[in-house]
Design a protein around this ligand. Structure first.
Ligand code: GLN
Length: 271
């Protein structure tokens, strides 16, 4: 009698790319996998050469956020050593969820605030240039319907100087409802291509957005040929956290004014 179904998560650069609690995405996935009858093993895919060979054994991948210096520290290894195996894995259907700095590194390059050009994997046709100010605050996004998320309204927060430009034809993860998103102007947030999703949503993202955690698990299961139970779970705790984040975000935007036609406009005081 075999044990529980098993998936393996490749955690890219866990020492360098883990900003604002993004490691919480791993913890959320592990717990949700367990609730869906799956044992989720974790392979740390770091700067060491040996871990490159682990990529082919992974069912899917996560990469978190980081400072410009962290991105510079991993970029060469990511592009030259890990890139080919990662590209092969996602082409075969492995999910890759990338947050902020990790998302930027999936594009062609990131031009950092000091003018350093940090090369990216080129998995997503996009590029990022640091802006003169940081885009910081709560972020709420309506995910594209193509993702068929149970709860398409995604919540979290953002803190980035990078402005990310999607090449024509590259779909966004979704539309900004509150916050700034890819560039603070287009109304787009994140990007998606095949089984790759990039986003500026920190939080960590997955504990408050369980349907995206399910996207990762179901995609990884399909890729690995492992059955992942899809029965609805009791998400009352996750939903309470999500609704709290939504309420805080909406209240914050009421206090600060709200985006209307792309401009910040203070609420008119009546009476
Ligand atoms: N260093 C990148 C920027 O400032 C990403 C920051 C992050 O991961 N939060 O845009």
């Amino acid at each position: 009698m075999g044990g529980a179904a098993r998936l393996t998560l490749g955690l890219l650069y866990p020492r360098e790319m883990n900003l604002y609690g993004d490691r919480g995405n791993l913890l959320a996935l592990r717990r949700r996998a367990e609730r869906r009858g799956v044992d989720l093993a974790v392979n740390a895919i770091g700067l060491d050469g040996e871990s490159t060979s682990l990529i082919a054994t992974c069912s899917g991948f996560l990469i978190g956020g980081g400072q410009d210096l962290d991105q510079l520290a991993v970029a060469d290894d990511l592009v030259s050593r890990k890139g080919p195996a990662l590209a092969e894995a996602v082409a075969a259907g492995a999910p890759l969820l990338a947050v902020c700095a990790g998302y930027q590194l999936l594009g062609t390059h990131y031009l950092a605030a000091d003018g350093t050009r940090i090369p990216g994997l080129g998995l997503l046709p996009l590029s990022t240039v640091a802006g003169g100010s940081r885009l910081v605050g709560n972020l709420m996004v309506t995910a594209a319907p193509e993702l068929e998320l149970e709860q398409p309204l995604l919540v979290g927060f953002e803190n980035h100087s990078g402005r990310t430009l999607l090449e024509p034809g590259l779909p966004a993860l979704g539309r900004v409802v509150r916050g700034r998103g890819n560039d603070g102007d287009s109304g787009c947030e994140g990007a998606r291509l095949g089984t790759v999703i990039g986003t500026y949503l920190h939080g960590p993202l997955l504990p408050k957005n369980p349907s995206l955690a399910d996207w990762w698990l179901f995609t990884a299961g399909a890729h690995a040929g492992v059955t992942v139970d899809r029965q609805p779970l009791d998400d009352s705790l996750e939903e309470a956290a999500r609704h709290e984040a939504i309420a805080v975000t909406l209240a914050g935007s009421r206090q600060r004014g709200y985006r209307l036609l792309g401009r910040e406009r203070p609420l008119r005081r009546t009476g």
